[in-house]
Design a protein around this ligand. Structure first.
Ligand SMILES: Cc1cc2nc3c(=O)[nH]c(=O)nc-3n(C[C@H](O)[C@H](O)[C@H](O)COP(=O)(O)OP(=O)(O)OC[C@H]3O[C@@H](n4cnc5c(N)ncnc54)[C@H](O)[C@@H]3O)c2cc1C
Length: 418
């Protein structure tokens, strides 16, 4: 019997396991399906990771290495090449690997840290032929940074998520010509810093409110048609531009990897596509916690590590003291707030401050995040330069929640300030 089993050995799993270890949880097992720990960071060789966590800009592998060392120097057990197949309501975790075969491990607590995957061409239904040369940006990143293959010479990128932006720069530095980054929305979902450093610095145009409407080519892609879209995202006739290219990279969003979570019968929030969680990242199933990109897609790995360490510490508390009473506030959203994590805050959380992560649906120069209940304002946080691509955090003092007597709900909304 393990105290804790962590599913996934990426940055979230590693940080959660080491935080639980530091808090005294002793029998910990990390199960990772890949041959090595580190998750997606192994292929992110650019730098910029860890400014918040370590006060220095590291590459992805360097950042992951810091956490891998913490795990290696502890007594945490690790099994790589091990795919978790199932988790039941009693926290029996079934997995398979070439050495042990099919095994079921029992744990007092489980942390889900399976990360996220990229949306594919099928998810966005682009018409046209099916030639070679169309890659998700992450697949191209893996081919180039791990396997050493150049994936193309004349490139169009569909979607302005961060991975696409980073690949625009990476491919340019390797000698490719990136013709354009095409984004269907009127704003980019990528970080502003990445637009400046990965597109603007290299003169790569960002075409907002545009999309790819046709793909040409038989064996290999030979070009794409790009069109402007109207406010309902319908292509506008007469705006067609043809790009002669041999590669199309898709950077059209990330989806939390929640097949195991679903199989375990854990409720998923359709807005985040991750589990519904309490303030301590415990899901609706007792003793099963979730953190990192499997819970909601974070914009920086530093926030993943912060959340994962917090979840690891919460597991230590759970193992020592048992589950806290489930009586809680449900967080609703309005005024352009698209989701919050957590979705529930226990009335007796034992915490002085509860961090609420949230996202909004539009760019706002100046705005207030307002938390209210019982038709009463509980807290207001002034923020500036808000954008959908950037996660917002507010810290709600528990003492303010004690003012709420007649309701089990709190609303989180955005108010624009002139
Ligand atoms: C292609 C790509 C590029 C990215 N680039 C950046 C970037 O440049 N900067 C940045 O800040 N963020 C980037 N991200 C976001 C990045 O995913 C996070 O910052 C961070 O890696 C999330 O950590 P995680 O541990 O939650 O997920 P991951 O790093 O994805 O780790 C999850 C781990 O769980 C394992 N796993 C999944 N299912 C199972 C299972 N059933 N059994 C066992 N193991 C399992 C996976 O193999 C993986 O190792 C990128 C994401 C992707 C998909």
């Amino acid at each position: 019997m393990y105290d804790l089993i962590v599913v996934g050995g990426g940055p979230a799993g590693l940080a959660a396991a080491s935080a639980a270890w530091e808090k005294g949880v002793k029998k910990i097992l990390i199960l990772e399906r890949d041959r090595e720990l580190g998750g997606i960071l192994n292929q992110c060789i650019h730098n910029g990771f860890g400014v918040k966590t370590f006060g220095e800009a590291l590459s992805g592998p360097e950042y992951a290495d810091r956490f891998e060392r913490m795990v290696a120097e502890s007594g945490i057990e690790v099994k790589t090449d091990t795919m978790v197949l199932d988790i039941d309501e009693n926290r029996n975790v079934s997995a398979v690997n070439p050495v042990d075969g099919y095994v079921t491990y029992k744990a007092k607590a489980v942390i889900l840290a399976m990360g996220c995957r990229e949306r594919t061409r099928g998810a966005i239904s682009i018409p046209g032929t099916r030639p070679a040369g169309i890659f998700s940006a992450g697949t191209a990143q893996r081919y180039m940074n791990i396997d050493g293959f150049m994936v193309g010479k004349r490139v169009v990128i569909l979607g302005s998520g961060d991975i696409g932006l980073i690949m625009a720069r990476r491919m340019t530095l390797e000698g490719a010509k990136v013709l354009a980054c095409v984004e269907v929305m009127p704003v980019s979902s990528g970080l502003r810093a990445n637009i400046a450093r990965c597109l603007d610095d290299f003169g790569i145009p960002l075409l907002l409110s545009h999309t790819v409407t046709d793909i040409r080519g038989n064996k290999r892609i030979t070009g794409v048609t790009v069109q402007e879209v109207d406010s309902r995202m319908v292509p506008i006739p007469g705006t067609e531009q043809y790009f002669d290219c041999d590669t199309l990279l898709l950077s059209v969003g990330l989806v939390p990897e929640n097949e195991l979570t679903k199989k375990a019968g854990i409720g998923l929030d359709p807005r985040t596509r991750g589990a519904y969680v309490f303030e301590n990242r415990e899901t609706e199933n007792e003793g099963v916690f979730a953190c990192g990109n499997v819970l909601h897609v974070h914009d920086l790995v530093d926030y993943v590590s912060e959340e994962a360490r917090f979840a690891g510490e919460a597991v230590a508390d759970y193992i020592e003291n048992g589950e806290r009473p489930k009586e809680s506030f449900l967080l609703t959203t309005s005024g352009g707030v698209t989701y919050t994590v957590p979705q529930r805050i226990r009335k007796d959380s034992g915490m002085k401050l509860v961090n609420i992560y949230l996202r909004i649906n539009r760019k706002v120069k100046k705005g207030d995040i307002v938390i209210s209940a019982d038709d009463m304002e509980i807290a207001r946080y002034h923020k500036e330069n808000l954008a959908p691509g950037e996660m917002i955090t507010v810290a709600l003092p528990s003492v303010l929640m004690q003012k709420v007597s007649g309701s089990d709900m709190m609303d989180v909304s955005l108010e624009e300030v002139p």
